[in-house]
Design a protein around this ligand. Structure first.
Ligand code: CUA
Length: 256
């Protein structure tokens, strides 16, 4: 074989190899929704966060990051969904990581980054900022909840905003309580607040108690005193005035 013939063969074989690899990568992206972080998109940065429904199994989220929160801070999609996630920032550079997925994107001023995630299992994913962005950096967190279809449909038909005008609801939001405790019965890092009053509660020390107002108050003021079984002792002591604590206990009693 001449040197020219050999060179031609090598070129043909390596081209075929490169094309095969490229084809397999394209196949993986399309068939299995393997989310490869793409390069920058040419989309203009968003002014506000949004969840867009394309179909019952295809969603699009626009995350706006700013010191020190993500908008939207709560996204709920049904299990099996494909979610196109776009991230942008209104101020400095933030980093977005969605725990339990391969989403890891920078939110860089002036541009929008994108990736696609498919959610095959129900669960709670926390969105955290992993790029130091100032004194409130560690507070930057949001939830993405993947729920089964019946739960999702129930959520869609129920008016979820009924509590939003309530001053105590706003207080719970402001004190970050709702990051870990839901009020609609969905699972979270802490026990749901729905129906908490009077609930028979099993504790990590083995005993069971009815959640009366004494217990509720203690669990707010001194969260580590009695921890519900199945949950970790993670709750920080909130900074609340006596009136605020009273208002929250009263409010919890109404969450049937
Ligand atoms: Cu945003 Cu750290």
């Amino acid at each position: 074989m001449t040197a020219l013939g050999l060179e031609r063969r090598i070129i043909i074989v390596s081209t075929a190899f490169a094309l095969t690899l490229f084809g397999l990568a394209a196949l993986a992206i399309n068939l299995f929704h393997v989310g490869l972080p793409t390069c920058l998109t040419d989309i203009k940065p968003f002014q506000k966060g949004e969840l867009i429904t394309h179909s019952p199994t295809h969603y699009e989220v626009h995350y706006v990051s700013r010191m020190w929160e993500f908008d939207p801070d709560e996204v709920v999609v049904p299990v099996g969904s494909v979610v196109d996630i776009y991230v942008s920032t209104r101020d400095v550079t933030h980093g977005l990581i969605l725990l339990g997925t391969n989403l890891n994107l920078m939110a860089v001023p002036g541009v929008v980054n994108y990736t696609r995630v498919k959610f095959d299992k129900p669960g709670l994913h926390q969105l955290l900022c992993h790029e130091y962005c100032g004194t409130g950096h560690d507070r930057m967190a949001a939830n993405l909840r993947v729920v089964d279809l019946p739960t999702f449909q129930a959520k869609q038909s129920a008016p979820t905003q009924i509590h939003a005008t309530d001053a105590t609801y706003k207080l719970l939001e402001a004190k970050d309580c709702l990051t870990c405790h839901s009020i609609d019965g969905s699972e979270g890092i802490g026990p749901t607040l729905k129906g908490i009053y009077g609930r028979q509660t099993k504790l990590t020390n083995g005993s069971t108690i009815a959640a009366d107002d004494v217990y509720l108050r203690e669990s707010i003021v001194n969260p580590s005193a009695k921890v519900t079984e199945g949950f970790d002792d993670l709750m920080p002591k909130p900074e609340l005035t006596e009136e605020e604590t009273n208002a929250i206990v009263e409010y919890l009693e109404t969450l049937k």
